[in-house]
Design a protein around this ligand. Structure first.
Ligand code: AFP
Length: 338
């Protein structure tokens, strides 16, 4: 074992809180509960490949209940881990059409939790990394049950955000506004240990991540930008960027966060009067924007900072261009001049 300190996520959260004497410990409790949900989901995701041979899905379990699909399982695991802790007044999930109230039997807290329980789950049967994304806001209403108003927010109002990527190992990356930090789950002891302190995304990358099959639906600026990334200019030494696209947002984002690069899911302009986006503002774009900004990167729609968009609807969609600062800024130049 090397000489570096072993820091669990719990200790890290507590130590961050100590720097803020006004903190009540509620956010610490909330984040702690979330790590429990993450471990439960991680265990289940790791067993996914055994589902058919062990009869884990699409059949009845020993209690005679039908075994749920993994995204529903993850959704339930988060709700059941979070609803009774007294930290939350309301939740919203990518899987639920409406807000999720806290049951009358449980105390209500001052925070709002929004999450995408298992993003990229269509990839799971191929053993591709998937992820959970979460976002925490302080409530706007003052007492009782939280409302839709508590959920329809601007990204800049987030107090914490994070994701868990279930990959070759399970990693949690979170920010509470003091840098973005990564923890790797040690399955032997069941703890997330600090492995990536104060992550800094390189200011420029060599990778772009986009679904190029959609090229005919893009705006002119995006088309030109992507074309230019492939150019070779011997005079300046510019080499083409490499394309890396998994199709699982957390996995694509995580790689680019560590190595540098740009992820793009622009709007579909097949009908130029009605551009259509795919990714969700509250459950995907805003939390990842908070994390990338805390790591020195940037997130944009092309002309607006993701963090500045006020949600009008729970499942609102947005274009998402996210990653290394200089790469995102360069894209914005192309987008504005389209
Ligand atoms: P699923 O959860 O249905 O697999 O969708 C994944 C996702 O929302 C996001 O994780 C990917 O970045 C994006 O969709 C991929 O979309 P395309 O398949 O259109 O490229």
């Amino acid at each position: 074992m090397s000489g570096s300190k072993i820091i669990t996520v719990q200790r890290h959260i507590i130590e961050q809180e100590r720097d803020h004497p006004e903190a009540t410990g509620e956010l610490t409790g909330l984040l702690w509960d979330l790590t429990i949900a993450a471990k439960i989901i991680s265990r289940e995701v790791n067993r996914a490949g055994l589902a058919d041979i062990l009869g884990l899905t699409g059949q009845e379990n020993i209690h005679g209940e039908e075994v749920k699909k993994l995204d529903e399982y993850a959704n339930d695991a988060i709700i059941k881990s979070m609803d009774h802790g007294g930290h939350l007044c309301v939740m919203a999930s990518e899987e639920n059409e409406d807000i999720i109230p806290i049951s009358d039997q449980y105390p209500k807290g001052k925070y709002v939790l929004m999450f995408d329980p298992l993003d990229g789950s269509s990839n799971i049967d191929a053993n591709v990394s998937v992820g959970t994304i979460f976002s925490v806001y302080r409530r706007k209403t003052t007492a009782g049950n939280g409302t839709l108003e508590d959920c329809l927010r601007k990204g800049v109002e987030q107090v914490a955000a994070g994701y868990i990527v279930y990959g070759s190992s399970t990693m949690l990356v979170y920010t509470a506004g003091h840098g973005s930090h990564g923890f790797t789950l040690d399955p032997g002891i069941g703890e997330f240990l600090l492995s990536h302190k104060n992550i800094q995304i390189p200011s420029r990358g060599k990778v772009y991540s986009i679904n190029e099959g959609n090229a005919n639906t893009w705006d002119e600026g995006t088309r030109k930008y992507i074309n230019d990334l492939k150019k070779v200019t011997p005079e300046t030494g510019q080499k083409p960027y490499s394309l890396r696209y998994i199709g699982s947002l957390v996995a694509d984002f995580h790689r680019n966060l560590l190595y540098g690069g740009i992820f793009l899911y622009p709007a579909d302009y097949i009908d130029p009067k009605k551009p259509k986006s795919k990714l969700r503002l509250l459950y995907e774009a805003a939390p990842l924007a908070f994390i990338v900004e805390q790591a020195g990167g940037k997130a944009s729609t092309g002309d607006t900072a993701i963090m500045e968009i006020k949600a009008e609807q729970l499942h609102q969609k947005t274009p998402l261009i996210i990653g290394s600062k200089e790469d995102v800024e360069k894209y914005e130049g192309y987008f504005k001049n389209k």
